[in-house]
Design a protein around this ligand. Structure first.
Ligand code: ZN
Length: 421
């Protein structure tokens, strides 16, 4: 019964993804010959077409990758791949915790191997052709090795701790696992700016005194405790521009990609930051964190129940090993299968996120300048070759940010009522 449900969801999920992707491509092609009126003065036809072609290329890769992923999922479950792996490690290893860790680790390793050609295709074929790629093969390899070491060093102990409580606290483990997960998440949030990010990039304090003053004034105006302003050498990997906040509590720092500072003037940088501050001021960041924690508890309780049901294993092509803990098996099965069902919640989260974006834009318009934010957005859309004309259904399903036209339309209503400029 669950087999049928799983296959039905998997097929429906793939069909919907395919339809959305094709609609997206057709829509972008149809609007390729003309820059939308609102952008006609700012973005050249050549740039607009470059964005269209770039988005179409990336959408095509996503279609193929999704198909390969689905086949891999079927091979692992209904075609017995996971069963074979479980039996293999069962024969090789007697230590129960290690055996389960190796089972999960080998599935992750296989997925990473499968994702590799697509990453290479995106970076060294598409991004390269469109002039975005700055990463050398040498840097790519060293990045990948660092990610591997970090995943083993951080993910390994996390997984071991979760499996240990699963094996030793048969009824209450979801709560223990949840506490471990919450602690781990907070630890990573602390670790990221201090240890993880510096492994990949160089961070230097912002040098431009005028910009620094401007941002400090903004932070003060918004009563935002700021711990530091840093510039990151994002340009060593990609020409895409960005800025972000890291840290928690009173130790929040702002990180600018050097590519962003090179491209935007000071007023525009301030407006972009004011938007990010808007996310904090409206508690979007905290709300998302809490929502994630609540969802994690829900999923763990669900897994707690599913792991006790024989059909959860047998209907997905695996026979649990008799007399040995099968928690690693339940955990990896859950990770593999759950996205097929949660995929349908995507539009809901996208909708929430787009609502937050409008609110942050409004905050930026009030605390900084709508005009500056509009011109910053236009530059960023242009530079990142983000399409200005996404398919509406595709956008509604996936996009965390409103389409460019709607976003700028919304900002325009604040242009004439600006206190700060
Ligand atoms: Zn935002």
């Amino acid at each position: 019964m669950f087999t049928i449900l799983f296959v039905a969801f998997l097929i429906a999920d793939n069909l919907l993804r395919l339809v959305l992707a094709l609609k997206h491509i057709i829509h972008i092609r149809a609007h390729r010959t003309q820059v939308p009126d609102e952008f006609a003065h700012h973005i050249s036809l050549r740039s607009h077409q470059r964005a269209a072609d770039y988005t179409i290329e990336r959408t095509k890769v996503a279609i193929v990758e999704r198909l390969v992923d689905s086949i891999f999922l079927l091979v692992l479950t209904l075609f017995g791949g996971l069963q074979a792996l479980d039996l293999f490690w069962g024969r090789m290893i007697d230590h129960e915790l290690l055996r389960q860790l190796l089972l999960i680790g080998s599935v992750f390793a296989l997925s990473a191997l499968l994702a590799l050609p697509f990453r290479l295709w995106r970076i060294f074929s598409i991004d390269e052709r469109f002039g975005f790629n700055k990463i050398t093969p040498h840097l790519f390899i060293s990045d990948s090795l660092k990610v591997l070491v970090l995943s083993l060093a951080l993910g390994g102990p996390l997984l071991a701790a979760v499996l240990w409580v699963m094996d030793h606290a048969p009824t209450l483990w979801p709560f223990w696992a949840w506490l471990i997960w919450v602690g781990f998440s907070l630890f990573i949030m602390w670790l990221f700016p201090h240890v993880i990010a510096p492994l990949f990039n160089r961070f230097e304090p912002l040098q431009q005194a005028s910009l620094q003053e401007r941002i400090e004034a903004l932070a003060k105006r918004c009563q935002f405790a700021l711990d530091g302003l840093f510039v990151m050498d994002g340009s060593k990997r990609s020409a895409h521009a960005n800025a972000y906040f890291t840290g928690i509590g009173k130790n929040k720092r702002i990180v600018f990609f050097d590519t962003l500072l090179n491209r935007l003037d000071e007023e525009e940088v301030e407006a972009v930051l004011a938007h990010e501050l808007g996310h904090f001021k409206h508690n979007h960041v905290l709300r998302r964190l809490i929502l994630n924690m609540v969802a994690a508890l829900g999923f763990l309780l669900l897994l707690g129940w599913l792991s006790q049901q024989v059909w959860f294993y047998t209907d997905l092509g695996v026979i649990p090993q008799l007399g040995r803990p099968n928690n690693g098996l339940a955990l990896i099965l859950f990770f593999l299968v759950m996205p097929v069902f949660t995929f349908w919640l995507g539009p809901l989260f996208s909708l929430m996120s787009r609502k937050d974006e409008y609110q942050a834009d409004q905050f930026a318009a009030e605390q900084s300048s709508a005009t500056a934010l509009i011109s910053a957005l236009v530059k960023l859309y242009d530079d990142n070759a983000a399409t200005l004309t996404p398919d509406p259904a595709h956008s509604a399903f996936y996009d965390s940010h409103p389409p460019a036209l709607l976003r700028i339309e919304h900002l325009k209503q604040y242009v004439d009522q600006n206190p700060a400029t």
